[in-house]
Design a binder for this molecule. Structure first.
Ligand code: HEC
Length: 206
């Protein structure tokens, strides 16, 4: 009888907590970061003179992605939001730019796209789905990417596409343009005929 009573009382005692509202945090036997003090958004704070928990950004701070005003250079688009088809005014395609682009392409793009752009990089050999060829004029994707506006390629490098990661954090804007200039050279090199070779050098090729 006594045992039954103890059981019933303890069931009630346990059940009594259900639905109750507590303002104190529950007892934590293993105190960790779950129970740290924190301010709620828009709450008040005695720490700051103005009494607010939320702080103004420091003067001159620019939210990521909101600071740039040059559509062509920073986004690869014109004033209507369409991808630009020629390099922005700030980018002058020169030999040093191509060399820089080659170096950066070989660092950042070849793991997947390989040095020729055919899409057979080391990561692909280890199991990543093969990306489209960037250069082969006989392939439907190759044709599409050879004709792709430079602004769209810039957009792809900046923001990624499907399984291709975004490189905006790793590759500065100027280098993204250098890579595109080099990619254009790669495409040209796979699609060249003898008239692309200066007349004086043609003998060396044949
Ligand atoms: C981690 C592997 C990986 C790396 C590194 C990588 N890509 Fe890609 N890339 C891909 C994959 C996968 C696709 C195919 C995306 C899709 O599904 O359309 C792709 C697609 C593309 C395309 C075609 C986009 C389209 O619209 O079809 C371009 C252009 C491109 N990559 C350029 C680059 C350049 C330039 C770099 C170096 C800055 C680079 N990629 C680095 C994996 C990669």
């Amino acid at each position: 009888m006594n045992r039954a009573l103890i059981l019933i009382v303890s069931l009630f005692a346990l059940g009594g907590c259900r639905g109750d509202h507590f303002t104190e945090p529950p007892i934590h036997f293993n105190p960790n970061m779950d129970t740290q003090d924190y301010y709620k958004a828009y709450g008040s704070s005695e720490l700051f003179a103005d009494g607010r928990t939320m702080r103004e950004p420091p003067a001159g701070a620019v939210a990521r992605g909101f600071g740039k005003t040059d559509d062509a250079y920073d986004r690869g688009t014109d004033e209507f939001g369409e991808f630009i088809t020629s390099f922005p005014a700030q980018v002058s395609v020169s030999r040093p730019l191509l060399q820089r682009g080659q170096e950066r392409f070989n660092i950042y793009c070849t793991p997947c796209h390989d040095r020729t752009g055919s899409g057979n990089g080391i990561v692909v050999q280890r199991g990543l789905n093969k990306p489209p060829t960037l250069v082969d004029p006989k392939d439907v994707n190759g044709q599409r990417i050879i004709k792709m506006p430079v602004g769209e390629i810039f957009h792809t490098i900046t923001n990624g596409k499907n399984t291709m990661p975004a490189y905006r954090g790793q590759i500065p804007t100027a280098d993204r343009w250098a890579i595109i200039a080099y990619l254009r050279a790669l495409q040209r090199s796979q699609n060249a005929d003898i008239s692309d070779v200066p007349a004086a050098d043609r003998g060396k090729v044949q």
